[in-house]
Design a protein around this ligand. Structure first.
Ligand SMILES: CC(=O)SCCNC(=O)CCNC(=O)[C@H](O)C(C)(C)COP(=O)(O)OP(=O)(O)OC[C@H]1O[C@@H](n2cnc3c(N)ncnc32)[C@H](O)[C@@H]1OP(=O)(O)O
Ligand SMILES: CC(C)C(=O)C(=O)O
Ligand SMILES: [Mn+2]
Length: 404
């Protein structure tokens, strides 16, 4: 990608942090298939896995490195020699490769989990970055639990790893604790206080425990972060990571505010989402931003009327731009006569205004007894009304209609 100040690196970690979601484990073949899709989507970096953790993950990273050319292929490693060696080996056939080393820097993690002092953590981080640099020129360092790390210490360890050769420094909100204003201020403070920060790209990696992962990532970008780590459908540890589709469409839709570009082919977002659903078995809820089935669907009459008149009344993005065939006007309890007229036009049926009102009332009455109204339901109503002169249609052809 171009190295411009108005461009951000999209670092996809669906195959690493995403796979850490309980129940999301993927086979080698599924990971490779997903990596090809991520390339079509246009991500800049694919974090393909954590090679030391299993034979399968080692093979998956190696296979992705061999097959997927173009994006940078990244492998994760603890600040442990063996992990870094495994990462370097798995990446050997990659065209563009990155080793990502991490160690926790918050007091709670250092004391209770690592049982290391601050000094020991800095020494371990520096030696890990140097070791990774002995294999590759592109090294990312993550200060795990950065958002809960003492700021002076965070500044100190980042300066040390950049001196040691880290080319990207990642600031994770590992437990999704930060709020947008705090997290934005943290990035701003690092930009001003870290002596050698110009030598590295600032990255962020936000978790969604409070539902703030995308908001925190955006606040970070507004304050100078130039890489965002994210996953398709927002899968990842616990409540997940910043959702790739959300950060990308927020930046695109609010270009007026952020003036930031990505290389993402947004028309591949829905395909990518569907593939993640297939390979992980984790389905997105209908109201999931951007890729949820209801994101561009309207059931309420007032909204339908507005959208029929001009989509921009209730849609801030185009369904086609994210990979849906179109937006949708869905008939139901809340629908009005404008939507009924549209449905009739699409089905080449002519009714007079009284008949339209009657059909609208019958659709509402049926909606009081069932959740969804399909095309075949409407045809059935019309057929029942045949005696009252409306229209006769064979509804069976509409059974199993596209949406329901
Ligand atoms: C925030 C994140 O997402 S971090 C990434 C999380 N991902 C994973 O954990 C991937 C799957 N993990 C695994 O398969 C295993 O945990 C392994 C292979 C990494 C390690 O397995 P084990 O050796 O059995 O250790 P276990 O998982 O029980 O404990 C973690 C060990 O790593 C150490 N450790 C944790 N993070 C780091 C780090 N960044 N650098 C160095 N050591 C670390 C812990 O101190 C602990 O060491 P100990 O065994 O000497 O006490
Ligand atoms: C390994 C790091 C980047 C991580 O996943 C986290 O801190 O959440
Ligand atoms: Mn994470």
């Amino acid at each position: 990608m171009k190295n411009k100040s108005d461009q951000i690196v999209i670092f996809d970690t669906t195959l690493r942090d995403g796979e850490q979601s309980p129940g999301a484990s993927m086979t080698i073949e599924e990971k490779v298939q997903m990596a090809h899709q991520l390339k079509r989507l246009g991500v800049n970096v694919i974090e393909a896995g954590f090679p030391v953790i299993s034979d399968g993950d080692f093979k998956a990273v190696s296979e992705i490195a061999r097959q997927v050319k173009g994006p940078t292929i990244c492998a994760l490693a603890r600040a442990v020699d063996n992990d870094i060696e495994a990462a370097a080996k798995a990446l050997s056939e990659a065209e563009n490769k990155r080793i990502h080393v991490f160690i926790a820097t918050s007091d709670i993690h250092m004391e209770h989990k690592l049982k290391m002092t601050r000094e020991q953590v800095v020494l371990r981080a520096v030696s890990a970055v140097k070791k990774a640099r002995s294999y590759v020129t592109d090294v990312e360092f993550s200060a795990e639990d950065a958002a809960r790390t003492d700021l002076d210490f965070l500044v100190h360890i980042i300066e040390a790893v950049v001196d040691a050769g880290a080319t990207t420094v990642n600031i994770p909100d590992t437990v999704g604790y930060a709020t947008p204003s705090e997290f934005g201020q943290l990035i701003k403070a690092l930009k001003t206080r870290v002596r050698n920060i110009e030598q590295a790209v600032i990255s962020v990696h936000c978790h969604n425990d409070l539902g703030l992962a995308t908001a925190n990532s955006l606040a970070a970008v507004a304050n100078g972060a130039r890489q965002v780590e994210c996953t398709v459908n927002g899968i990842g540890e616990r409540s997940g990571n910043c959702a790739l589709e959300e950060i990308v469409m927020a930046l695109k839709t609010r270009h007026d505010k952020f003036a930031i570009e990505t290389d993402i082919n947004t028309r591949e977002l829905v395909n990518s989402s569907k593939m993640v659903e297939e390979v992980t078995g984790i389905h997105v809820q209908p109201n999931k931003a951007i890729v949820g089935r209801n994101s561009f669907a309207h059931e309420a009459g007032i909204h339908q009327h507005g959208v029929i008149a001009n989509r921009a009344t209730y849609e801030i993005m185009r369904a086609e731009d994210v990979g849906f065939e179109s937006n949708e006007i869905v008939l139901g309890k809340h629908s009005g006569r404008h939507a009924i007229r549209l449905w009739l036009d699409k089905n080449k049926i002519t009714l007079n205004e009284d008949e339209i009102t009657e059909l609208s009332n019958k659709v509402k009455a049926l909606s009081d007894t069932q959740k969804q109204i399909s095309d075949s339901d409407v045809f059935a109503i019309l057929n029942q009304s045949q005696g009252d002169n409306v229209v006769s249609v064979d509804a069976t052809q509409y059974l199993g209609s596209k949406r329901w």
